[in-house]
Design a protein around this ligand. Structure first.
Ligand code: GTR
Length: 413
C-alpha cells in the first residue's frame, strides 16, 4: 500500500465528472468475515451489526464511551410564554461530572404548549451557539470558543449579542412547534471546539479519566456524537417529552455526528441526515466531490488516525457509508441532499441509502423503492426516504417540512 501525502488541501484531486469515476465495489453489509451470508434480523442485531459498528469505531470514528457516572442536570431557565405564549422554553445544563466547574453542555428546549401529553422531539447540534438559532432574547448567550465570523456576530472567537438569531434560517422552530413537536439543540463547541487543538479544552481531555478513554481513541465527530446521547439522557428524564419519539438530525458535519450517534444509540427513533456528505451519508469509494484524503487534510481532528490510512485507498476500507446507514435499521431513516451541493456528492448519498436497503429488508422494511435518483424536490421511499432539494448546501424550511411529514407518518404507524 502506498500512502502519498498531499502538501495542502488544494493539491488533492477532486472530481466532478461522472464519466471519470473509476469502477468500485461496495462491501456487502450482509457478508460476514468468514464468507457467510446474514439472512435474519436476529443475526444482524446479534452478530453482524456489532461487528460492523466496531469496524467503524476502529477505522473511522473511534471508540464511543458510555454515560458518565456522575452526570447531573440543572434546569436554569423555564419560560412558559415563548413565541407569544405558544411554547415553553427550557434551558438545561448537563454537567458531565460532579463539582461546580464540571465539563458541561447547555441544552435549549422548546415544547409546544397546546399539547397535554408528552411530545415527540426533534434534536440536533447547532454550529454557533444556542442563541443563533432564534432571535428569542431569553436564550443564554454562549460564552464558549466559536469560529470567527463577523457577519454572524462572532468576534475574537466569542459570540456577541449581535449573533442572536443569525442562524435562524436553519431552524424552523415555530413550524416545528406548530406541528406538535418539541425541539432540543445544543452548541457542538460545548463538547469540542472545532479546530485541530480543540481536543485540548474539550471533553476528550476534560472527561478523559472519568470516561476511561485516551484522547486518541476517538475524535471530534465522536465527541459531538457522544453529546447527542447525553442530550437524550436528559430528554428521558423530562416528563414533557416522549423519549420514545425522538428524531435525531444534523446538517453537514453535524449530520455526520448525528449518524454516528444513532449508529451507537438505539434510543433515537428516527434518523435524519441533512447534506452530511463525506464521512456522513455519502459513499467514500465513489470518487466525486470531497474525498477521505481531503477531509482528513482539512479537518485532521474529525476522525481517528487510522482513517488516514485510507486517504488514497478508500477501496481498502472494510466498510463504506451505506453500512453506517444500515446500522440505523430498522428505524426510519431520511437522507437528504441539495442539487447545488456537489461537494457532498448527492448521488453518492442516494446510492448509499439505496445500498442500505438489504439490511432494512432483513426486518421486512421497504427502502427507497426506486433504482434511479428522483427529480429535485421529489421525495421517495418508505422506511428509508430520500430527497434532493433545489438549492445549495443548507438546512431549509423545505427540508424541515419533509422531515416533519416523515415523522408524522412514521409515528402514526
Ligand atoms: C465542509 C466539509 C464538509 C462539511 C461542511 C460543513 O467544509 O468539507 O465535509 O462537513 O464543511 O460542515 O458545513
Amino acid at each position: 500500500m502506498t500512502i502519498t501525502i498531499a502538501l495542502s488541501a488544494q493539491d488533492i484531486p477532486i472530481n466532478y465528472d461522472e464519466s471519470k469515476i473509476p469502477r468500485y465495489t461496495l462491501p456487502d453489509p450482509l457478508q460476514t468475515k468468514d464468507g457467510k451470508h446474514i439472512t435474519t434480523s436476529q443475526q444482524w442485531e446479534k452478530q453482524q451489526g456489532p461487528v460492523m459498528l466496531k469496524l467503524f469505531a476502529d477505522n473511522v470514528y473511534g471508540r464511543m464511551p458510555g454515560k458518565p457516572r456522575n452526570m447531573r442536570f440543572k434546569v436554569f431557565d423555564v419560560d412558559s410564554n415563548a413565541f407569544q405564549g405558544k411554547a415553553i422554553r427550557k434551558q438545561v445544563t448537563i454537567y458531565f461530572s460532579s463539582g461546580t466547574d464540571a465539563p458541561s453542555m447547555d441544552v435549549l428546549l422548546y415544547l409546544p404548549k397546546t399539547i397535554n401529553k408528552p411530545v415527540p422531539v426533534f434534536m440536533g447540534l447547532n454550529f454557533y451557539g444556542n442563541q443563533t438559532i432564534n432571535a428569542d432574547t431569553g436564550i443564554h448567550l454562549s460564552t464558549r470558543w466559536v469560529m470567527n465570523d463577523e457577519k454572524l456576530g462572532l468576534i475574537n472567537n466569542r459570540a456577541t449579542e449581535a449573533s442572536r438569531g443569525k442562524d435562524a434560517g436553519k431552524w424552523a422552530v415555530e413550524e416545528i412547534i406548530d406541528r406538535g413537536y418539541g425541539l432540543a439543540t445544543a452548541y457542538y463547541g460545548d463538547l469540542e471546539p472545532d479546530h485541530p487543538d480543540g481536543w485540548k479544552t474539550g471533553i476528550r481531555t476534560t472527561m478523559k479519566t472519568e470516561l476511561s478513554i485516551d484522547e486518541n481513541e476517538w475524535a471530534a465527530i465522536g465527541a459531538w456524537a457522544w453529546g447527542l446521547s447525553r442530550m437524550m439522557d436528559y430528554l428521558q428524564t423530562d416528563a414533557a417529552v416522549d423519549a420514545s419519539k425522538v428524531v435525531i438530525t444534523g446538517h453537514s458535519r453535524l449530520g455526520k455526528a448525528c449518524l454516528w450517534a444513532a449508529a451507537n444509540d438505539q434510543r433515537f427513533a428516527i434518523v435524519v441526515s441533512n447534506d452530511s456528505g463525506e464521512g456522513g451519508a455519502a459513499l467514500s469509494r465513489r470518487w466525486f466531490g470531497e474525498t477521505i484524503e481531503r477531509i482528513n487534510t482539512s479537518f485532521p481532528h474529525w476522525f481517528v488516525a487510522a482513517y488516514k490510512m485510507y486517504n488514497n485507498h478508500p477501496e481498502l476500507l472494510p466498510v463504506d457509508q451505506h453500512i453506517l446507514l444500515g446500522l440505523m435499521a430498522p428505524r426510519p431513516l431520511y437522507v437528504a441532499s441539495a442539487a447545488d451541493d456537489a461537494w457532498a456528492d448527492p448521488k453518492g448519498e442516494f446510492l448509499s441509502a439505496k445500498n442500505a436497503e438489504p439490511v432494512y429488508a432483513l426486518f421486512g422494511k421497504q427502502g427507497l423503492g426506486v433504482t434511479d435518483m428522483p427529480a429535485v424536490d421529489h421525495a421517495v421511499g418508505e422506511t428509508i426516504r430520500y430527497h434532493i432539494r433545489t438549492g445549495k448546501h443548507d438546512f431549509t424550511s423545505y427540508d424541515w417540512q419533509q422531515y416533519l411529514d416523515f415523522a408524522d407518518k412514521q409515528f402514526a404507524h
